[in-house]
Design a protein around this ligand. Sequence first.
Ligand SMILES: Nc1ncnc2c1ncn2[C@@H]1O[C@H](COP(=O)(O)OP(=O)(O)OP(=O)(O)O)[C@@H](O)[C@H]1O
Ligand SMILES: [Mg+2]
Length: 577
Amino acid sequence: MYTDDNQLYIAHCDNGPINMVGKMANRHGLIAGATGTGKTVTLQVLAESFSQAGVPCFMADMKGDLSGISQAGQMSSFIEKRLPEFFPVENAEEANSQRSTFNPQRFSGCPTRFFDVFGEQGYPMRATISMMGPQLLARLMQLNETQAGVLNAVFRIADDNNLLLIDLKDLRLMLDFVGKNAAKFTTEYGNIAPASIGAIQRAILQLESEGGEKFFGEPAFNIEDLFAVENGKGVMNVLAADRLMLNPKLYSTFLLWLMTEIYSRLPEVGDMDLPKLVFFFDEAHMLFEGTSKALIDKIEQVIRLIRSKGVGIYFITQVPSDVPANILAQLGNRVQHALRAFTPQDQKAVRAAAQTFRANPDFKTEEAIMDLGTGEALVSFLDAKGSPSIVERAKILFPLSQIGAITAGQRLDINAAAPDNIKEYENFVDRESAYEVLTEVNQQLEETKQQELEAAEAQKAAKEKEKEEAKAAKEKAKKEKTSKSIKRGILGTMIGAAASSFARSIGTQIGKSVLGGTTKASTKKTSSSTKKSTTKKSSATKSASSTVKKAAKKAGQTAVNTATRKVTQEILKSILK
Ligand SMILES: Nc1ncnc2c1ncn2[C@@H]1O[C@H](COP(=O)(O)OP(=O)(O)OP(=O)(O)O)[C@@H](O)[C@H]1O
Ligand SMILES: [Mg+2]
């Protein structure tokens, strides 16, 4: 409950009311406790107190029970019993009669807007792929380091080529494009392995099958819409997360994105009497499970710096150790509901939770944690100087709004009463982005390829024709040549053979006559007979010589002819000597 001096009245202990100092509300906080101990109601009490102070909040509603914040609460026997402690009367006599100063007319709801990533129970809350960025997407899709590197390169390629990555189909086509042209990008953007592209594409399919495609697109959520104030009350922005929490990766990545988006968009404001916005992160353990050290470091940095932008972040989880130690150390405002210690591990968690508090000499923190009833908690807020107060065992105030879920009809009424800027989120737009541009590029490439293919085919056909014509011409020429050479061949052989046999016969005769008689008589005889025969043969030789010459001429420069000519010349020489 907001008190006029920038304080939030949250709980009451034996020493009196416990207030959260508005100035310290941006120093973040933690609400922890076992199931059913009162965490959601504590969140509701805190959130509606901020609303009363004019501070808007964002909260994820895991079970639908936070929707009650939109309606006025009512008296219950549980609340009635606690009233005299929370709102004691001044005079002792009345106090003894268990009366209180609380006026039931104070029950009231907060201005509320419902959002739903899946667009079912509230207005869609979307982000674009490029807003989400490669690091968060890699986490969402559970990519390994290599795949995350490729995704990063794909983002850079898109950026460098002015390709807008808005929805999953943009990313899918972009991956396809980069994969097909990987060789062209590798030098500038590093190795783009087809296996990594394939793995990312499979992860996208998985994300789509889980309804993730509803989350990516336009109009993207404008963080400024979270800062609405109506009639002096901060608006409660409630995200329906019952379906979303079935996909822990999407849930936590989405909230992480929202947190970083708020951080990057808000200006520094320094110390303020009250925060500008309070962000409640229910089931916070989901945020840190399976998260890389690098991302946890980044979350830690955002949490540390976001407070100077006037934003308080409150984590709600079962045991404090669900939150990494360096983040836990930054959560100054603590509400610890009961923890059960059935196993040694539980006992360890209780001990660890107890150690995070500044001890109170009146009780043992560890024992008290296990002894707390519903709606009771160990509370320690930062004092005006920023130091954690001594832990108190306290009862958490009841909310002025309704505890528990509203009806579907009430939800419809609230949605129908939303302002136009919120209703606008329902009008999904699909403007030109990477998908459209790349589809066109692919189409053009396809057409060019087709044209090239056709041109290549035409060229091939022309070449074939040319080849065939050449072949035909060659064959024709060959046929002609063959018949000529056959003629020549036969002729040459014939002539050559005739000449050589003739020459041989002449040669034999000449040889006989040359090598024959060595005596004069015989020589004479021989010479006369030779002369006779030579005379007889000389006309034949002459005609043979001309025949040989002719034959030789016809037969060309063949060896036979050459030899024949040589022999003939020798014979002629010897005859004509
Ligand atoms: N401060 C309170 N004032 C009045 N009633 C309370 C308060 N705290 C808890 N209750 C009662 O206890 C019930 C359970 O509380 P709550 O739903 O907050 O538990 P939880 O810790 O959020 O449980 P879970 O882990 O299952 O979500 C509430 O429905 C409400 O009836
Ligand atoms: Mg709860």
